[in-house]
Design a protein around this ligand. Structure first.
Ligand code: SF4
Ligand code: SF4
Length: 151
């Protein structure tokens, strides 16, 4: 399990909707694929940092992502259409093997004959409200498949 995340199976969560709270843009490091770091740096200047062999979005002193803005209480992303894959996938997390300690039955999905495990980060305030996750499973898997191909 990644530090700070509390993954539960999607069946346990049942529903989700983004509440535009901005929590995820403050609480976690934002990993970038190499191609994302390259492209965002080309467009916006020094917005990515390298730690070892990994790349991350630069954060402000208060821990928030440099692209996070607020309109009153509503958080929005300044680069919404170009946001990194990990931001598009959050609060969902897909694995090929079940996470230790998590209910396998609640996470298992079968897509085109392949078994995967779909988790949701229960620290996201949008988990448990909103719309049925079962209706967007294909979209989440599609995004994950696209993102994992990035160098
Ligand atoms: S923490 Fe959840 S509800 Fe809040 S902005 Fe992120 S995805 Fe949306
Ligand atoms: S890039 Fe946008 S969505 Fe991703 S952490 Fe920054 S503000 Fe949030």
């Amino acid at each position: 399990m990644r530090k700070g995340h509390e993954y539960i199976g999607w069946r346990e969560a049942e529903t989700w909707r983004c509440m535009r709270c901005g929590y995820c843009c403050k609480a976690f490091a934002i990993p970038l694929k190499f191609i994302e770091a390259l492209e965002l740096t080309r467009r916006y200047g020094p917005v990515a940092m390298q730690i070892g062999e990994k790349y991350y979005l630069v954060k402000r002193n208060d821990g928030s992502c440099i692209f996070l803005r607020y309109n009153g209480p509503i958080a929005y992303c300044q680069i919404y259409l170009e946001r990194p894959g990990c931001c598009r996938l959050y609060p969902f997390h897909i694995t090929k093997k079940p996470l230790k300690g998590e209910g396998v039955k609640n996470a298992k999905i079968k897509i085109n004959g392949t078994t995967l495990y779909l988790y949701v980060d229960a620290t996201c305030p949008g988990v448990g409200v909103g719309y049925p996750i079962k209706n967007i499973i294909y979209k989440i898997v599609e995004l994950w498949e696209k993102y994992k191909k990035y160098p």
